[in-house]
Structures are given as C-alpha cells and as structure tokens.
Design a protein around this ligand. Structure first.
Ligand SMILES: [Zn+2]
Length: 223
C-alpha cells in the first residue's frame, strides 16, 4: 500500500516499527442536550497511513438541530489529506462519512451490507455524502486483513453492517470501534453482538468516535 513515509519518523534516530493511532477531533454535535465530540482516527503503519472514518466537512439541513461545530480535516494545517493511503468507514452514518469526498480516488473500505443499507434505506444517513463524486468504495464481506496486523472485523449492533478496526501493537490489540459502542458502559456491560465481539478480542484500548479518551478494561484502569 505505497511506500513507508519517512515523515512518520519523528526526530533523528526514531524508527517507527509499530503502528500508532492518533485521534483527530473533527466536530461536535448536540445530542440529548450534551455536546458530543466526533473523532476520526489515523493509523500510522510502516506500510501506510489509514484513516478510520472521515467526520463531517459541511452543514446540512437534515442535521441542523444537532448544531454541528466543525473543524474538518480539509481545514486543518496539521493534516495531510494526500498522505492517506486508505480510508475505512466503520459505518455510513452522516457523522462518519461526511468527509469521504475529500478522498476521491483513495480506496474506502466498508462492509457491503453497510453500503447497501446506506444506499437503500430511508433516513439512514445523508446519502449525497455517501456517494459523493469520486468516492471509490471497496465493499468488504466479513473480516479483512488490510495491512499486516490491521484487521477489519464486522461488529453488528449499532448498524447491521458496522465494522471495527483491530490494530496489533506489540502483542496487545487496540480497537477503533466507531459507534459499535457510543458510551463506556456499553463495553463494561456489552449488549450487542458487536460489543461482545470487541470484548472477546481482549483489547488493551478501544477508541470510540464520540469519546475523548479510549475505553480500557477495568483491570487496566485499576492498575
Ligand atoms: Zn456517530
């Protein structure tokens, strides 16, 4: 998936061998009276840079009542859009695919079920953001190893076609979970198939789209 990028090494002598995960805040939404952050996540892997979800870049009448406050990827001076080698959508709700149009020509990996639902079900998302000009989906059926140690895993629950990204970092896995869980208590006490799947992976950390910090298992929190 392209050449390893030298700018990922920070400072002299520092070699990047394990993937790193960086959350990027791209919006805040009003939900049930509370301001909810919207994060996307960048995986810097020796074999390429993967962006998980794309947030939003513009306002839309359909979500006006959520009063979106945007800091889109396209307006950040610290984010190089051209440096992204692949995009993953955990699912295609509007706050996760609104920036897909920024990555025309870059492969966008999404579960086939999710793509079908987003294209056919009413009131599912903002459909023109899903099929913006130039967006090239790679429909995935089930689990896929995107890069060595970076796997897409279907996690039904929040939507039928939701997926998470599992990243192996030195023997322990980190999960980028989208909205498979929105709040920490949904992982403390998993209810959906997807949430149970995440717990079964025994992850060290789980990044959620709408939380500032990653969830960690209680054994690690007490340590
Ligand atoms: Zn969301």
């Amino acid at each position: 998936m392209g050449d390893p990028r030298t700018e990922k090494s920070e400072g002299p002598g520092r070699e990047v061998s394990l993937p790193t995960i960086t959350p990027v805040l791209v919006a805040e939404l009003l939900a049930d009276g509370d301001r909810m952050p919207v994060y996307v996540h960048v995986i810097d892997h020796p074999d390429g840079r993967v962006l998980v979800d794309t947030g939003m870049t513009q306002l839309h009448p359909a979500v006006k009542d959520m009063d979106p406050q945007l800091t889109p990827l396209s307006e950040r001076t610290d984010f190089d859009l051209a440096g992204v080698d692949a995009v993953v959508n955990t699912h295609l709700h509007f706050d996760h695919c609104g920036g897909n149009h920024l990555f025309a020509g870059t492969p966008v990996y999404v579960q086939r079920t999710e793509l079908d639902d987003a294209r056919t079900e009413d009131d599912y998302t903002i459909r023109e953001w899903v099929d913006a000009p130039g967006v090239q989906y790679v429909p995935v059926d089930g689990t896929l190893e995107l890069l060595p140690g970076v796997r897409l895993v279907p996690t039904p629950g929040h939507t039928r076609g939701s997926q998470v990204v599992v990243v192996e970092t030195g023997g322990r896995s980190v999960v980028i979970a989208g909205d498979t869980a929105v709040f920490f208590d949904e992982l403390d006490d998993p209810r959906t198939e997807g949430q149970r799947l995440i717990r079964a992976l025994a992850p060290h950390e789980v990044w959620l789209s709408h939380q500032h910090e990653p969830w960690r298992p209680s054994s690690d929190r007490d340590a």
